[in-house]
Design a protein around this ligand. Structure first.
Ligand SMILES: [Zn+2]
Length: 386
């Protein structure tokens, strides 16, 4: 496939404003039309509103195990960012392509779609699946639809390559994550009568202190994975709000926290421990004053970690296709954990561009990265011919 063709397709993809809050149906239409007539069988998997869809497209013999190329169609907002040009109009200059999503991760999608033009169903001994999702940027929401369907299929693919930006490095792990919102229900009264109320701000603070204690313990003596910059699991409180005036015992407070876990820790177990502390230690003190007081927990986002064995076949294959002997783990989450954890498909993350260029104003990708990714996909297709 030629770089010109990749750029042409990338330009079409960037022109769709697929910020996660928008419908992605227009870009899915475009991709489906592109794949129509190239010998792909496509299937849409809609969300509950019908405004967003994943696309799962297969070429080659579907009854034998093949490989998945996976990416998301949504991009992060440009709100508040100062761009030198229109973020949704591709600009090519000095060996780079600029535009929202070029790096994360429409560049990868463009390479896959250009490669699709060279795939011939009758030449493939193993199928290639394209799994394009929605709402990755808001917590890997969309891919769950694809992955859950995949988990039920009799033929399990041999491996999945998730094209998040790794500068074509082979990434075998990322941390798991759960994001939790907590509403603290207290009981208001005048501050001169403080013991007759339930101070939501103070009970929120007690829970925060517990989360911090857990973080300190994990940092000091928790399980270790030296391949991460932060080699242990990390609970973290990002939001703490409560109270309106000094002379009122606050009846409401709010905490938003997350846990990020290495492979040895289960994020759900850590969250359950925090919930248990609230239920068993803090709530009885609150309800003793006011029976309706307490905590409401809501896990609103998250994804499983990725922890592929370095000796797994999919890792060896990725290395041979990428022409590299190294592997690493990364700090950011991807859909790869879902493919591995829910569908049982061994997965690696490998894609063009650097995560440092993602999500920013004047997001860019080096054209040389697109070419390296093109070679990778071409070699994979070659591998499926024999
Ligand atoms: Zn991404």
């Amino acid at each position: 496939m030629s770089l010109d063709r990749i750029i042409e397709i990338l330009s079409a993809l960037v022109a769709f404003d697929t910020t996660s809050r928008n419908s992605n149906l227009a870009i899915i239409d475009w991709i489906e039309r592109h794949l129509d007539g190239l010998g792909f069988e496509s299937e849409r998997i809609y969300d509950a509103t019908g405004q967003k869809a994943n696309l799962h497209a297969t070429i080659g013999p579907a009854e034998v195990p093949g490989y998945i190329l996976s990416g998301h169609t949504d991009v992060v907002p440009v709100d508040g960012q100062v761009w030198s040009g229109d973020p949704f109009s591709l600009r090519v200059a000095d060996g780079r392509a600029y535009g929202r999503g070029v790096c994360d991760m429409k560049g990868f999608l463009a390479v896959c779609l250009a490669a699709a033009e060279k795939m011939r169903a009758d030449e493939l001994k193993r199928p290639i699946h394209l799994a394009f999702s929605y709402d990755e940027e808001v917590g890997c929401v969309g891919a769950r639809g694809i992955v859950e369907r995949l988990a039920k299929r009799p033929v399990k693919p041999l491996g999945c390559f998730v094209g998040e930006p790794t500068q074509m490095g082979v990434v075998i792990g990322h941390k798991g994550k759960r994001s939790v919102h907590v509403k603290v229900r207290g009981f208001a009264c005048h501050s001169s009568l403080a013991p007759q109320g339930v101070n939501a701000a103070e009970f929120a603070a007690l829970l925060v202190a517990h989360i911090r204690g857990l973080a300190d313990r994990l940092a000091a003596e928790g399980a270790r994975d030296a391949m991460y910059d932060v080699p242990f699991s990390t609970p973290h409180v990002g939001v703490l709000r409560g109270g309106t005036a000094l002379n009122i015992v606050p009846d409401e407070a709010e905490i938003v926290f997350e846990v990020r876990t290495i492979g040895a820790d289960d994020p759900d177990v850590l969250v359950e421990g925090i919930v248990r502390h609230a239920r068993e230690t803090l709530e009885p003190r609150m309800t003793a004053v006011e029976p309706a007081a307490g905590f409401d927990f809501h896990v609103f986002a998250g994804f499983p970690g990725l922890d592929t064995a370095p000796e797994a076949e999919v890792v060896t294959l990725a290395k041979s296709l990428a022409g590299s002997n190294r592997h690493s783990k990364v700090a950011f989450g991807t859909e790869a954990g879902l493919f591995e954890y829910i569908a049982g498909v061994p997965s690696v993350v490998i894609g063009p561009g650097s995560i440092d260029q993602a999500h920013k104003a004047d997001e860019w990708i080096a054209l040389s990265e697109l070419e390296r990714c093109a070679r990778f996909v071409e070699r994979l297709v070659e591998r499926c011919r024999i």
